[in-house]
Design a protein around this ligand. Structure first.
Ligand SMILES: [Fe+2]
Length: 210
């Protein structure tokens, strides 16, 4: 195993106590605020990435992944899912599972398996959304923190009838660690902070047919 793969596979047994906050989360999602990836037209089928050690199956359908109000920078991720390399086939009713670290770089849980392996209070910053009739998806959460050896990232597992299940990760523009792993621009998203302090970005995904 090379060094990068080793670092990607590293598990960190840090246990973070959930910190409850009372902040209200508003949910605006103005398309005009979202910067589209200028490379989106030439990206082709989205590249795969490692599942990593913290995928938990059986999570809930949810729009706000931050179910325990963990502290952090609010973030809204939107995008569109297509079948194939071009934009001729938006995919409706697909499932996009998302999981990511909290602001301190810790997953909840620090583990894998199925949700039934854990008590509900151990599960957060995970869930899935479905694409709408036009292939659009959106979720909100807090900006993932850093853990050693990796760029800042969200994990995706995308499932749609007639297409290969895609396991991938999306990254943050301006994070120099993406160059360390040779991440191509198509999965590096230009998240921009709006006037309310919310990061917003658009991640377009293209699935490969079966
Ligand atoms: Fe990760």
């Amino acid at each position: 195993m090379d060094r990068k793969k080793f670092l990607k596979n590293l598990g960190f047994g840090v246990v973070a106590a959930p910190i409850m906050t009372t902040s209200l989360i508003s949910c605006s999602n103005n398309e005009d605020d979202i910067v589209k990836n200028p490379d989106a037209n030439k990206c082709g089928v989205t590249k795969t990435d490692m599942l990593g050690p913290y995928y938990v199956s059986g999570t809930s359908r949810i729009t706000n992944l931050n179910t325990q109000n963990l502290p952090g920078d609010k973030i809204i991720v939107s995008g569109k899912l297509y079948g194939g390399a071009d934009k001729s086939k938006p995919l409706a009713n697909a499932m996009i599972e998302v999981w990511h670290a909290d602001g301190g770089g810790v997953y909840h849980p620090v583990g894998d398996g199925n949700v039934n392996d854990y008590t509900a209070d151990k599960i957060t910053l995970r869930g899935f959304v479905n694409t709408d009739a036009q292939g659009n998806y959106m979720f909100e959460s807090i900006r993932p923190g850093l853990y050693p050896g990796r760029p800042r990232h969200f994990h995706y597992k995308v499932t749609a009838n007639g297409y290969k299940t895609l396991v991938t990760q999306i990254y943050f523009k301006g994070d120099p660690r993406t160059a360390d792993e040779g991440i191509e621009n198509c999965r590096i998203i230009d998240f921009q902070k709006d006037s309310a302090g919310t990061y917003k970005g658009n991640a377009e995904i293209h699935l490969e047919s079966n």
